[in-house]
Ligand binder design. Structure first.
Ligand SMILES: Nc1ncnc2c1ncn2[C@@H]1O[C@H](COP(=O)(O)OP(=O)(O)OP(=O)(O)O)[C@@H](O)[C@H]1O
Ligand SMILES: [Mg+2]
Length: 563
């Protein structure tokens, strides 16, 4: 029998589209605060947003007599006509977010508009008005969402752990903070401050607040003007990640998922990124509102462009500019570093353990930009070790220096990714107890299977403690139990099982590989080089750094004045 659905059921179904998880509520509330012209926004969450999500802003506010209307279905101050839909200039426009949120939680809203002296306080409990009363005016708006999904078991069931939900919230707030650098946005989770952007208007400052000033300080600015404007910061090709979680794209201040724009950004590196590596980037595109359709996704996560080819081309070229100018700076010009000043000197009395970082060899570094980079290594004749770190070898086209650690990492990485069998498991006589951070706990919860697949046996002990009972044995060496921590740090929660495994193997390969500063016998070095020659990508380690530096014969002849 066909019957009309009950109104509260309809409301919950519709709310499902907008409010999928606590992070979606945070997103909607942040958008409202930004649309209200706030200069300062404070986000506070408890228990991954399931107990409390509170967003406080100093925006233009809602007049007391309008407060209840804001929570009614299809009400908005932003969009009233079909023509308006043609050029949406605000983040919100659907007039449904507050209604949807209030139908799946208990919401308390306190707001004052700039014009009115008084404020009102409204409580809506799962769609039903509980209270509407005057309140002392404080300026701006404060919305508190309690017990989200408490009465929606279907939704609750699909929530991840509080930690995972808190991480998703962190990502959302971070995105808006970076996308709106002129607004000071802060996040506090379970009473602990996560980050606070300063609101200086500089994208780099907001980025630094979220990712730390170390990374932010090394990033390259992106800027292009025109009817399609581009602003942003990106990492140089030598800083990359194995996932795309550090890539953010904004269109008119709206963070969007756009595989095409993400591709345009990566494409701008024109091969300088290793396969499987991705930059960190925050790129904001500004264009006339009429040229972009924001109304294509229920949660407003995607947009459609009138002229996407043009936009991708502009973004690509804007991003390529700083990368190219960076690339044109010679890494080591011959004239600046004459060969004789090079500290690699076989006649020096004492073998040196390490060389200062700034010492650069006057050689052609294999450039990842050239496709021949992926080419196989020629057969090499090993004749020595330098600084207990580099294997020195000769090939048909000159001299080769091989970084023993990077080479070994490549060999082990290929071995572990190439086989179905997991590495043998070595039980620990004394199991190692480790305390994990919240993020690490989360990663363990999400990817325990992949970690076990690499022969780490890790059991939770309660709280944030766990015990490692066995570790993988790689090439007759056991990997230390503490490597689990690094593996967990590297995993991106939500990545595909394949990607997770790759990230974990990268760490295990690094841990199991010989270190710099380790003396190797000729036999060991020959063996390592011949194994490296057999790998699919012998010239780079799994992180994308070179394993091998080639000094061509021509170069040697030139240096010695024979040419
Ligand atoms: N923090 C706030 N400050 C000032 N006004 C607000 C705030 N939050 C909501 N409002 C008002 O309440 C209205 C309804 O908000 P709601 O989020 O439900 O819809 P919307 O933002 O117009 O569209 P969307 O559903 O796409 O978010 C808004 O149009 C706005 O006028
Ligand atoms: Mg809104």
């Amino acid at each position: 029998m066909i019957r009309c659905m009950q109104p509260d059921l309809v409301a919950q179904i519709k709310a499902g589209e907008v409010v999928e998880r606590p992070a979606s509520v945070v997103k909607e509330l942040l958008e409202n605060s930004l649309d209200a012209g706030a200069r300062r926004i404070r986000v506070e969450v408890q228990a991954g947003g399931t107990q409390l999500i509170r967003v406080v802003d100093d925006g233009e506010g809602i007049a007391p007599e309008q407060l209840e209307l804001a929570f009614a279905e299809h009400t908005s101050s932003k969009l009233h006509t079909v023509e308006g839909l043609e050029s949406i200039g605000t983040l919100g426009f659907r007039g449904e977010a507050l209604h949807a949120i209030a139908s799946v939680s208990r919401v308390e809203a306190v707001s004052t508009s700039r014009e009115s002296a008084a404020a009102a306080r409204l409580v809506i409990d799962h769609g039903l008005r509980d209270e509407l009363a005057p309140a002392p005016a404080a300026g701006g708006t404060r919305i508190s969402v309690h017990d989200l999904f408490a009465r929606v078991p279907a939704r609750r069931k699909h929530l991840r752990s509080n930690r995972s939900e808190a991480m998703a919230i962190h990502q959302v707030v971070a995105q808006y903070a970076i996308g709106h650098p002129a607004v000071a946005i802060s996040l506090e989770s379970d009473g602990r401050p996560s980050f606070a952007s300063p609101g200086t208007g500089q994208l780099a400052d907001a980025f630094a607040a979220v990712f730390g000033s170390d990374v932010a300080g090394r990033m390259l600015p992106v800027h292009a003007e025109g009817d399609v404007g581009v602003d942003g910061i990106i990492t140089p090709p030598d800083i990359s990640r194995s996932n795309r979680s550090g890539m953010m794209v904004f269109v008119n201040g709206r963070p969007v998922k756009s595989p095409a724009l993400t591709f345009a950004i990566e494409d701008a590196y024109s091969g300088q990124l290793m396969a499987g590596r991705h930059p960190l980037a925050a790129v904001a595109v500004t264009l006339p509102t009429a040229d972009v359709d924001a109304n294509v996704h229920p949660a407003k996560l995607e947009v459609r462009f009138t002229n996407d080819r043009k936009i991708f081309a502009v973004v690509r070229s804007a991003v390529a500019t700083p990368i190219q100018s960076k690339a044109s700076v010679p890494v080591a010009a011959v004239s600046q570093h004459p060969w004789q000043a090079d500290p690699v000197d076989s006649r020096s009395q004492e073998p040196r353990r390490s060389y200062p970082d700034q010492v650069r060899f006057p050689v052609d570094r294999p450039s990842a930009a050239t496709p021949s980079m992926a080419d196989a290594l020629p057969a090499l004749r090993v004749f020595g070790q330098s600084a207990q770190t580099f294997i020195v070898a000769e090939g048909p086209a000159g001299l080769y220096m091989i970084d023993q650690h990077a080479a070994h990492e490549r060999v082990i990485f290929d071995e572990l990714t190439g086989t179905e069998a997991r590495p043998p498991e070595q039980g620990l006589l004394e199991p190692v107890q480790l305390e994990l951070s919240d993020r690490q706990m989360d990663a363990l919860e999400a990817h325990g299977q992949e970690i076990a697949g690499l022969s780490f046996m890790v059991e939770p002990l309660g709280g944030n403690w766990c015990v490692v009972r066995s570790v993988p044995m790689v090439r007759n060496r056991t990997v230390e139990a503490e490597a689990v921590l690094e593996v967990l740090d590297a995993l991106e929660v939500g990545a595909s099982a394949e990607e997770v495994l790759r990230q974990a193997i990268e760490i295990v390969a690094c841990k199991a590989a010989v270190k710099a500063g380790q003396v190797l016998t000729m036999t060991e070095m020959r063996e390592l080089v011949s194994q490296l020659e057999r790998t699919a990508h012998p010239r780079t380690c799994p992180h994308g750094r070179p394993t091998t530096i080639h000094i061509s014969l021509e170069k040697l002849e030139r240096e010695f004045g024979r040419r």
